[in-house]
Design a binder for this molecule. Structure first.
Ligand code: HEC
Ligand code: HEC
Length: 153
């Protein structure tokens, strides 16, 4: 009986603490997002320098995991824009040959395969879904990551 009273007294005490809890401190608008500033300001992103080395000058970058689209290790300013009629990337990467360091990595067979069909159809023409190379192969800049990332493949 005594222990029951103790339990009752304790739980009553907890309830009292819960109701007396201070309201959560308001979140300041400058702490809402990753941008270092008020949510009401339109902040200018910091200037970044784009990679401008010539193809082959710096080699290739490590791939984060098997099957990842390799990042573009060289400058591409001179090869853009990619339009429905023009794609300078193919001039170098379109040649099918055995890869040698310093030479353009050949576009892989997956890019000539139409995966919208069942079963997928391999062809000689680059699949339309792979035309705009830069939507998957990312150009490099010296931008600092907004937050840390320990992702590994
Ligand atoms: C003048 C020839 C040339 C042009 C044009 C060119 N590249 Fe390259 N690219 C290269 C060479 C050379 C390498 C480096 C290969 C090496 O060092 O082993 C390379 C590397 C790459 C890689 C890394 C491949 C890997 O194995 O990791 C990607 C991705 C790439 N280029 C994408 C592009 C894209 C996208 C474009 C068009 C915007 C483009 N390249 C235009 C010659 C070229
Ligand atoms: C929809 C996304 C996508 C597009 C668009 C795309 N790629 Fe890729 N690319 C990938 C992925 C994913 C890989 C790695 C897996 C693979 O080989 O299919 C890859 C691999 C590559 C490789 C490395 C091949 C190797 O042997 O390791 C080269 C070079 C390449 N792509 C060039 C290009 C070029 C040039 C274009 C434009 C004509 C292009 N890609 C368009 C996703 C894409």
């Amino acid at each position: 009986m005594r222990s029951l009273l103790v339990v009752l007294a304790l739980s009553a005490g907890c309830a009292a603490v819960r109701t007396a809890e201070a309201p959560a401190a308001p979140i300041r608008d400058a702490s809402l997002g990753l941008a270092k500033g008020s949510a009401f300001e339109v902040l200018t992103p910091p200037a970044v320098a784009e990679e401008d080395s010539s193809p082959g000058e710096k080699g290739v970058r490590p791939r984060p995991f098997a099957g990842a689209a390799p990042v573009v290790p060289h400058g591409i300013q001179g090869f853009l824009p990619i339009t429905p009629k023009e794609n300078s990337c193919i001039a170098c990467h379109g040649e099918a040959k055995v890869k040698k360091a310093g030479e353009p990595t050949p576009i892989p067979p997956t890019h000539y395969t139409d995966y919208t069909r069942r079963p997928p159809v391999a062809g000689e023409k680059l699949s339309g879904a792979r035309w705009v190379c830069t939507s998957c192969h990312v150009q490099q800049t010296d931008a600092r990551p907004i937050m840390g990332n320990r992702f590994g493949g």
